[in-house]
Design a protein around this ligand. Sequence first.
Ligand code: ATP
Length: 330
Amino acid sequence: MRTVTLINGDGIGPEISDAVVKIIEASGLKIDWDVQTAGEDVIEKEGVPLPERVINSIKKNKIALKAPVTTPIGKGFRSVNVQLRKTLDLYANLRPCKNLPNVKTRFDNVDIVVVRENTEDLYAGIERQPDEDTAESIKIITRKASERICKFAFDYALQNGRKEVCVVTKANIMKLSDGMFLECYRKVAENYPQIKKREILVDNLCMQLVQKPEQFDVLVLPNLYGDIVSDLCAGLIGGLGVAQGANIGLDYAVFEPVHGSAPDIKGQNKANPTALLLSAIEMLRYIKENTYAEKIERALFKTLESGICTPDLGGNCSTTEFRDALISNL
Ligand code: ATP
């Protein structure tokens, strides 16, 4: 039996992770969950929101499913998410964005996978203020990180039956930094004759995405553009309640929804577990449990198709009613 670290988070985290664990259990797949608490609720007892035992558990099991964890504002703690990505070198942020049945959006043919570089660019956080009226941020792009993210995107495309990998930069202006990212893409692309190539500038991409999103397949981007574009793509398919994600490195992978811990609806049994469930389905594919991934996905689609959904999608089901309807569709 596969052991997977489960971080059930805080806010709505425990409610949605409980639903997801029960759905996976009902599918017939046996997973040994190594449950780890993190976030605001553990600070009092352990002094930090991300105790070492959580990291050790992921290092041991290699895979984690993570519900949202609140980073307390203004208490001097580093973001739990950023800390996990850094400590485990989770260099690829993966966000598949695909329309779901019955989730009304402007477009009904979106099927985009955003692959965002997760470790450098302006996110390296190297800033200074040489004088009172000037602030500088340094954009770091390295060949090593650029090549490995481009390779990740092409491998993902190959393994998941995708046809094209499009690189997104502003290399006409940022000739050195984005220029290097583009150069790395071109070099890596040579090893994938089966996959179509495309290059686009980030401003043009944004316009095209809100006009004709169906033309895009896999996108690979440096960190900052990736951050912005992946939220744009989440918006195209219905927003936070359905936006899944994963942070993947060479040794470890953490699957998590895009949304935060939604303290405003905590404990009210109305959070949508879909984003975490979709992240879990992607996790199952990653650990080669494709049969179960597909079974659960079909049950999810069937549930949504029959109009059963939580209030964020316009429905009137509670988290547990949605969970039970999905389980009966399995
Ligand atoms: P963070 O800074 O932790 O990422 P955030 O400020 O982006 O958090 P979220 O916690 O993601 O905010 O919530 C934003 C809004 O979306 C809130 O009103 C919240 O209730 C709603 N929301 C987020 N996730 C869900 C969900 N799974 N189901 C229903 N509503 C949600």
